[in-house]
Design a protein around this ligand. Sequence first.
Ligand SMILES: Cc1cc2nc3c(=O)[nH]c(=O)nc-3n(C[C@H](O)[C@H](O)[C@H](O)COP(=O)(O)OP(=O)(O)OC[C@H]3O[C@@H](n4cnc5c(N)ncnc54)[C@H](O)[C@@H]3O)c2cc1C
Length: 333
Amino acid sequence: MIDIKTNFSLCNFNSLQLDHVADYFCEVFNEQDCIEALEFAKEKQLQIQILGEGTNVVFSDDYQGLVIKVSLKGINSNEGLVSIASGESWHESVLWTLKKNLFGLENLSLIPGTVGAAPIQNIGAYGAEISSFIHSVKFLNLNTRKIEEFTNEECQFNYRNSIFKELKDYLILEVKLRLFKKENINISYKSLKDYMEAEGLDLSKATATQVCRCVCELRNTILPDPKKVPNAGSFFKNILITKDEYNDLREIIEVPYHQESKKMVKVSSAFLIEKAGWKGHAEDNVSVSDKHSLVFLSNGKATGKQVMLLADKIIKDVHQKFGVNLIIEPSVI
Ligand SMILES: Cc1cc2nc3c(=O)[nH]c(=O)nc-3n(C[C@H](O)[C@H](O)[C@H](O)COP(=O)(O)OP(=O)(O)OC[C@H]3O[C@@H](n4cnc5c(N)ncnc54)[C@H](O)[C@@H]3O)c2cc1C
């Protein structure tokens, strides 16, 4: 039997600690709970918002409807195929795979949030993306109440994107990952390689566990811990533009870029935000981190409106100065 709470504060359920209230809130631990929650919402004609750990959402206001917090648990592996329930912590799952001598996820260590949310925006860091390891994603179709499964191809992964960003009305139940049984470390990402070298590690013999440790240390130096300083990680995606658009941009400013494909170039949003003068800027309970200009920090009193107002100002200013459009990374609710 699920426990449905009313007028429930979401403050401890989103990493920006925005103190908005949901009309109804419940936590689901298994598929039966999910069905019960759907029945409740149908009976009361409520809209539904699915929530993991809330590290990639912005509640712009109180939520009129039912928030369902996903807490399904369980993890097991069979011949390199790891099945993880959607409510498991992503980072704990990475550590679990390493303990089982299954490799590949080490570059994605310490990304906050749940396993169920990870495929939605194709989480990525330090030269790796979860899409390289996804075998399939099992989800509950909230309309038909049937369980469906997408293969990696059907997930249509892209930079911080997947089919799940377009689909409505689904709840991810389980993610299956195909991992390496032998160490196959990836230190192509410059800052990771530089850090490991500076640590005195012999890169030709480096292990996945060492990569995991270095990624955690690097992340801890740059990114604030949301438990101590409320934040939602990168507030904007990096910008994907065509080579022609990039050449236009270069006439205004020389900006670091990464060649994504023959036609497309990814440029650093952090760099443009910093050059536009927003790094360290503070207003109305929200600030732009002075260490990383993609990260918005709340002083614990910010409202969703204040966060979105600052985002809007930055988007307009960067567009005016450099002619490019910043895209917000978290889901705005
Ligand atoms: C300090 C910090 C650092 C970060 N670093 C990175 C990084 O390096 N790389 C990166 O890619 N991201 C990063 N993020 C963003 C975030 O960690 C990821 O997007 C993560 O996957 C979000 O997980 P969550 O459980 O908190 O999702 P939530 O924030 O709860 O939800 C995000 C979205 O997914 C939906 N959702 C969540 N669970 C489910 C489910 N089971 N079924 C259906 N829909 C669901 C929600 O409705 C919402 O739309 C960072 C965030 C923070 C705060």
